[in-house]
Design a protein around this ligand. Sequence first.
Ligand code: GLA
Ligand code: ZN
Length: 691
Amino acid sequence: MENHEMIKNRADKEREEGMGNFAKKRLIHGGDYNPEQWLDSPEILEQDILLFKKAKVNEVSLGIFSWSMLEPEEGKFDFGWLEDIINRLQDNDIDVILSTPSGARPKWLSDKYPEVLRVEADRRRNLFGGRHNHCYTSPVYREKVGIINRKLAERFGSRPGVLGWHISNELGGDCHCDLCQSAFRGWLKQRYGTIEELNRAWATTFWSHRYQSFEQIESPSPIGERDLHGLKLDWRRFVTDRTVDFVRAEVQAIRDGGSVLPITTNMMYFYGGLNYHKFAEVLDTASWDNYPLWHKGPEPETAAEVGVYYDIIRGICRKPFLLMESCPSSTNWQSVSKLKKPGMLLAASLQAVAHGSDSVQYFQMRQSRGANEKFHGAVIDHYGGEDTRVFREVSQVGEALEQLSELAGSQVKARVAVIYDWENRWAMEDAQGPRNKGLYYQETVTKLHRSFRRLGLNVDLPDMEQELDQYSVVAVPMGYMFRRGLGEKLKNYVEQGGHLILTYWSGIVDDTDLCYLGGTPHGLMEVCGLRSTEIDGLYDWESNSGIAVSGNSLGMSGEYQCRHLCDLVELKGAEAVLTYGSDFYAGKPALTEHRYGDGIAYYVCADFEEAFYADLCRRVALSAGIELLWQDLPEGVEVSTRENAHGEYLFIQNFNPSVVAWNEIQNQWQQIYGEVSEELPGFGTKVYRRR
Ligand code: GLA
Ligand code: ZN
């Protein structure tokens, strides 16, 4: 298995050589297409290709959920229809991303081998139905998936026009069957060696939950063990490892079939169940399915939230990713199926490209006629023609991607990192700590991310395992669990000149959720020049404030509101920049600064409003020597850059529905996309290039 260093080296090498990218010659425009639903209407399939050409669609993703049409009976394969459609697409210069069919299994498979069906946490085995309803451990399931994957790879895996592999579809969930239980025990044995060590790591003496052997351990359950944090955390890690291992087995079958094409799997919108960073071990490229609630609230807010996720996904394989799915109009599974207003599709699609996507892909290319997703938005709807608003807007996206074609494979480089870590998130959610009704981790990450983005800066969101040396500023919001010696890494980072923003509720527990002894933030008390002594949880209706200390070194002024959590620290060398405005801790530090080695550590004591982070991030970025081209971007305007051998590309996007005044930028930038004018139209995008 590759360790982190090896993955990093591989990623660096591939990045340099542009290997493992799906988009070789152009940005990809296409999406999920299920021609197998239309085999009895050949005229529709022909019409589809004509329409794809008109909309400048240059790719379709085939084979997603097609197992029962590819292997209608066990061992009887019918790839003819797929061959036909691939040939016709190829004749029309439309590429294919080929999916493995494991996202849903045929009826014959679960009838003959019931072990493939998933067992839920309450220990009930599911019946046939739905999708993702299978056990990732089952040897039979792996074997059957392996057979069909290998055959698909042998037949299609070296074709020109096949860009790469889409493994399964939106992997997720867990299985509690006997096979998974015993795999979990094996996993724990490997991790802990002895049962004594496991008992220590999970603190099982508490409530007399000690185990005498690994054989006694069972996965967490609503009718059983649900309070042992170490067990729950390790179960989630195991589920991630199991899923990664399942993907690894799928990939192996493809390689056995002789295909060397790049591999991806599509990750889910805001999904918390898997640590996606771990998928770097088995993927060439990460891809993401993006389904935001556009128009529910102000569009700039939605854009900012989506931006966080794009930047997380880009960081997984640390190179361009794919926007594997997005909806051309309205979904049919959200509580309200809202249409995208004119221009929204284009702006949302180009946002993906601005953040490092090499594709804009949709679910779905043609709306299915029946069953669960018949009313989900599609490029071609039941009407079937090109004279629809959605089709016209999809065509505009196609034109834009054609104009921006040279960006395929270009990189996003960032000097700022905000650490986002799934395992930390899991541990914190479970912790029974200072505020069980909501800690606002995600929101805090977003506030920091957005504050740096509003300065026109690209931002990376690595997990706790990634290297940090390349960043001038690293922010660690709510780093509750200091995994894998994060404290030590951050200490070195600051010592060598880095600028660190660390917040309250950081460095509290180790990898197995055992509290650090001897004071917190663990390993960084000296670096931050303070010790956290107590933390106050605030009711929803309570607030406090941070008031600037006059003459403070950061030059902050005024007062900022804070809520939810207030950390009380004792200074041991740090200087207070803000102090609390009220309660029994009025006058105590609320933001501090401390020089350590060649760098500076800032400690944010409370959950402050965004205006605070906006000020703090600007001052810290400047103090870290980052040149800021924009200190005051208009609300709702986003700036991003990508670069490659041709030069640097600058995206300016207006997520407001209305026009924003915009001075054209310096002449070394040449505009290559968008209206040339002294304004940014509502939902408008301009792209510039600098050689
Ligand atoms: C997911 C799935 C697709 C489809 C869409 C609908 O992203 O991967 O198969 O169900 O949702 O929005
Ligand atoms: Zn199982």
